[in-house]
Unconditional design. Structure first.
Length: 88
């Protein structure tokens, strides 16, 4: 997947370009699904649109990435990234 840019907020967030020309925030990456699911549920409880994307990484095994969004504008994604960062 192509990255538009890396946008660091405590090195936790980055923006991805999706085929629908929008933005999502990657807020976590875990080898254990339970940890990804816990973060997903915590963010859902705060009314954020969240999903998990799982993949297999050679020599590491499964990787479960937690994303927030779909945002049509980068500024909207930045605002949510700041909100999430403040709530930590």
């Amino acid at each position: 997947m192509n990255y538009l840019e890396f946008f660091e907020l405590g090195s936790k967030f980055r923006f991805k370009v999706l085929p629908t020309a929008g933005f999502v925030l990657q807020v976590g990456s875990f080898q254990e699904f339970q940890r990804a699911d816990y973060l997903k549920n915590k963010l859902i409880d705060s009314d954020y649109p969240v999903f998990i994307s799982s993949t297999w990484v050679e020599e590491k095994g499964p990787l479960h990435r937690v994303f927030v969004g779909m945002f049509s504008k980068k500024i909207d994604a930045e605002k949510i990234a700041a909100e999430i960062k403040e709530s930590e």
